[in-house]
Design a protein around this ligand. Structure first.
Ligand code: ZN
Length: 695
């Protein structure tokens, strides 16, 4: 154990904007690592508080409100609930999920500003800022987009380029455009309060170097910070012209609110206040350890801005570490909700019911701890089928089934010479059992969650190997005692797994504990390393922990991404199309006649149609093919209502392999022609019988 062991931990995850659904990239970035860390600390009996909540201010909210045609308040109420529920579903164990719209937060952030203002930490500056003449308002940074001056990314925001991570000011953007009107904004004068970041650079730089003596920070985090220092910090406006947010608590500041980065991180403090009367212990006692989990786009705000604000205030501790993760891509491309290239938490769980831990496992093994990573459906399938199922699930199941088969779920007293004989063969597995908790502990405290999880799985792997090597199913014929000794070692491994897997697989751990009938006392003994399953301990019958993910399920998900990509390309083609002429798609590769005659295309008639639940694009069609009736799921719901298509004769690709879409098996594909995104049915000139062959 570390000799400077903190008395208590305060752990935060970045407050997500309450303006859109959470996807798996978010989870892998700032939430899952924190949740694993916190669950592990709790397991070790540490005093820890885990803080998160919705960031409900800033232009991101007002932009979303304009897009959806509702008020900002309606936006935050809606997305706060949606996100809170998604987090719960995937097992995020926040001690509080707060909101920055709460009065206690407004008060706290306001006090912070006043405190710093009274200490002379701001300078007032009148400057020229972009103004949208059509909308009659100054444009907050997020209302302006343009080309990044550093990396030439075309969609950089006024305060930051999400491509290269640079912090920007709107006037640096090349070709600025107002996102409200799409017009070029004009410059007008306005007054704001700027934090003297320049004056305080030296102390914050020194703090950052000093904190390295306590524990090493990730290279990419330090690298970003050092390059900021090298460029030199400038005074930065902590107020904005906006009608949504925390009003600037000064007499001459009408129509101005706190900048979201002078607001959101203080949300960690106000949430702690809302959680416990002892909040000051966590925020002001030097023996508390503060750790911020974030994505790489928030590094500058959590490693420079917020610590500086805390230091200027003077009463607060600063973070001990900010183990920011990089980004997780999806099938080789940047994850994006607006581009519909995304796997949302809710979407995943709707289609893979009960697979919360499968998702957590796949995201952890692939966590972008030090570089960007890639989520792929094939990887998820492999992680599930060949690790969770084949190693962990299989080991647990085999051992429990054998214990029931040979001993009716209760291990007998084992003769000592049998015990000795088996223990001689078990050196390797004993070593693995002993080492795992230490390796896991070290990994967790280095924020290496991938390695931590690997330690746990490796113990299951060692157990599986031991079982296979010792073959108790053969040995039972010669020695009941030795068989019992083998199973007892395996059960001891499973007992340890059930406790140490909990931070990673919180939905599975209680099931395994239940199989083993472990008491709270047993769990304590496991953590103390002294647990040994006793003769007479009753083991319950197991159920399967994991189920196979089939190729068809993976193909359906990949298809969904491909469909979304195709839809984007159509939309892009349409956007570029100003003459109204059809966009001609390039010719596909040549096929042979033999390829063509494999297609069985038939005339068919749609006899019934209904919308699919939770699938905006899909219609479920009943199709008469003459010799039989088929169900076809078709992605035409955005083009046709169910009423419009009933009675329509169509051409059906009748020998396409059936495919499950949203739980419904689609038995064929209806042929459509497409012109500039508009769909038209392909059908015989005159109505004819159904089931006729097209050739
Ligand atoms: Zn850039």
């Amino acid at each position: 154990m570390n000799k400077s062991e903190p008395k208590r931990y305060l752990v935060t995850s970045a407050l997500p904007y309450a303006n859109g659904p959470l996807h798996v990239g978010h989870i892998a970035g700032a939430y899952l690592p924190a949740d694993i860390y916190v669950r592990y600390l709790r397991l070790m009996g540490k005093d820890v508080k885990y803080i998160c909540g919705s960031d409900e201010h800033g232009a991101a909210i007002t932009i979303r409100a304009k897009q959806e045609g509702i008020s900002p308040k309606e936006v935050i109420d809606k997305y706060h609930e949606i996100n809170k529920t998604s987090f719960e579903k995937i097992g995020m164990s926040f001690d509080i999920y707060h909101r920055t719209s709460e009065a206690i937060h407004h008060e706290t952030a306001s006090d912070f500003f006043t405190n710093l203002y009274n200490k002379g930490m701001f300078i007032e500056k009148v400057s020229e800022q972009y103004y949208d003449e059509g909308f009659n308002q100054f444009l907050a940074d997020r209302y302006i987009k343009g080309t990044c001056p550093k990396c030439e990314h075309e969609n950089a925001y006024g305060d930051q380029c999400e491509n290269c991570g640079s912090s920007l000011s709107p006037t640096e953007l090349i070709n600025p455009v107002s996102t409200l009107s799409g017009n070029t904004p004009v410059l007008r004068t306005t007054k704001h309060w700027y934090l003297r970041m320049d004056e305080h650079q030296a102390e914050i730089k020194q703090w950052l170097e000093d904190v390295q003596a306590t524990e090493k920070w990730k290279k990419h985090v330090l690298g970003q910070c050092r390059s900021w220092f090298q460029e030199g910090l400038l005074p930065r406006a902590m107020t904005r012209d906006l009608d949504w947010g925390i009003p600037v608590p000064l007499p001459d500041a009408e129509g101005k609110v706190l900048y979201v980065w002078m607001d959101a991180p203080i949300g960690y403090i106000s949430a702690t206040k809302a959680l416990t009367d002892d909040w000051e212990l966590y925020w002001k006692d030097e023996e508390s350890k503060l750790v911020h989990f974030i994505g790489k786009d928030n590094i500058v705000f959590h490693c420079i801005n917020f610590p500086m604000i805390l230091k200027m205030h003077g009463d607060y501790i600063l973070p001990t570490n900010v183990p920011a993760n990089q980004f997780m891509n999806l099938e080789g491309d940047k994850m994006s909700t607006s581009r519909n290239h995304v796997v949302s938490v809710d979407g995943f769980l709707a289609e893979f019911e009960g697979m919360e831990d499968v998702l957590r496992y796949a995201l952890t093994t692939n966590m972008p701890e030090n570089k960007d990573s890639d989520f792929s459906w094939n990887d998820l399938q492999a992680r599930n089928n060949s690790e969770l199922l084949a190693i962990l699930g299989n080991f647990v199941n085999r051992v429990l089934v054998l214990t029931h088969k040979y001993f009716e779920g209760v291990l007998p007293e084992i003769p000592s010479d049998d015990l000795e004989t088996v223990h001689e063969k078990a050196e390797e597995v004993f070593a693995a059992m002993q080492a795992m908790p230490y390796e896991l502990d070290a990994a967790i405290h280095r924020y290496e969650f991938r390695n931590g999880l690997a330690e746990v799985i490796n113990l299951a792997r060692a157990g599986n190997k031991f079982l296979t090597d010792t073959e108790p199913w053969k040995l039972i014929k010669q020695s009941e005692g030795q068989t019992a000794a083998i199973l007892s070692i395996c059960l001891n491994i499973i007992a340890r797994l059930s406790v140490y897997m909990e931070p990673f697989l919180p939905f599975t751990a209680p099931k395994v504990k239940g199989f083993l009938n472990l008491s709270a006392e047993d769990e304590k003994a496991i953590l103390a390393g002294s647990f040994n399953i006793a003769a007479g301990h009753k083991i319950n019958k197991p159920s399967l922990l994991f189920s196979r993910i089939e190729d068809t399920q993976v193909a359906a998900q990949q298809q969904k991404l491909a469909d979304a990509k195709a839809a984007r390309e159509v939309a892009a083609a349409n956007a570029n199309e100003t003459t109204g002429e059809a966009v001609i798609a390039p010719l596909k590769d040549t096929i042979q006649y033999d390829d063509f005659i494999k297609l069985d295309i038939r005339t068919a008639t749609i006899t019934a149609a209904e919308k699919m639940k939770k699938a905006d694009k899909l219609l479920k069609l009943t199709v008469e093919v003459g010799f039989e009736t088929r169900t076809v799921v078709s992605g035409i719901a955005e083009h046709f209502s169910p009423e419009e298509v009933v009675g329509q004769q169509v051409l059906l690709l009748a020998n396409l392999a059936p495919r499950k879409l949203r739980g419904v098996e689609s038995q064929g594909m209806i042929l459509m022609a497409e012109e500039n995104g508009k769909l038209v049915f392909v059908k015989p000139d005159n109505k004819m019988g159904d089931g006729m062959v097209i050739s």
